[in-house]
Ligand binder design. Structure first.
Ligand SMILES: [Mn+2]
Length: 204
């Protein structure tokens, strides 16, 4: 089974379309939150998400729109788009090919009632240790907009980076793919006008 992973799209329909095109053949595509951007949820991004049956969770930007302060944004959304957002859970746990997946926007220990989410950067030893203690085989996070792929504590830790709003020095947009049959995880850089380039590769 092949699983695509996108995160932090921030209304970038062009980048999401590119990623979805590259991930054709994946049986499941996960979205790790922040599909939309604060006080903006474009109908285009939500119809792309619904058409691709993105299996999503909320990020801090969805939380904002779903909170009382997001009422004006929600009132402008079509029913189908609003329903998609409202149905998003805070996080997900699932099992694929005998592996347990933990899926969260910032960190598995994020408070569902808090609008903020934790930033877990690879350079933060304490947070990385806590991430590696998550009771799962594959731990998926987003929010930092930095691609990360490594093994720690017998687990695979993956952040696909941002598929829409580059924040790293090289201004890279990225997404990821988990190939369960091959036991291979890849973070791909989006290359405008050409096929994606593998950026990080790890076995699991
Ligand atoms: Mn975020």
């Amino acid at each position: 089974m092949r699983v695509g992973v996108v995160s932090d799209v921030h209304n970038n329909a062009e980048a999401l379309s590119y990623a979805l095109d590259s991930l054709r053949g994946c049986e499941l595509i996960l979205s790790l939150g922040d599909l939309v951007s604060q006080y903006r949820a474009t109908p285009e991004i939500l119809s792309l998400a619904r058409d691709a049956q993105l299996t999503g969770i909320v990020g801090n930007h969805e939380k904002t729109i779903l909170a009382p302060c997001g009422t004006p944004v929600r009132s402008r959304l079509a029913a189908d788009d609003l329903n998609y957002l409202v149905a998003l859970p805070h996080g997900r746990e699932m099992e694929i090919d005998g592996r347990k997946l933990s899926i969260s926007h910032g960190a598995p220990w994020d408070d569902p009632d808090d609008m903020g989410c934790e930033y877990v950067f690879e350079s933060d030893t304490a947070k990385m240790k806590r991430l590696a203690a998550t009771p799962a085989d594959i731990v998926l996070i987003g929010h930092t907009h930095f691609g990360m792929l490594l093994r720690a504590g017998g687990k695979l830790l993956l952040n696909p980076g941002s598929c829409g709003e580059a924040r790293d020095a090289a201004r890279r947009l990225s997404f990821a793919e988990l190939d369960f049959a091959a036991g291979k995880a890849t973070v791909y850089e989006i290359r405008h006008g050409s096929p994606p380039e593998p950026m990080l590769i790890e076995e699991f």
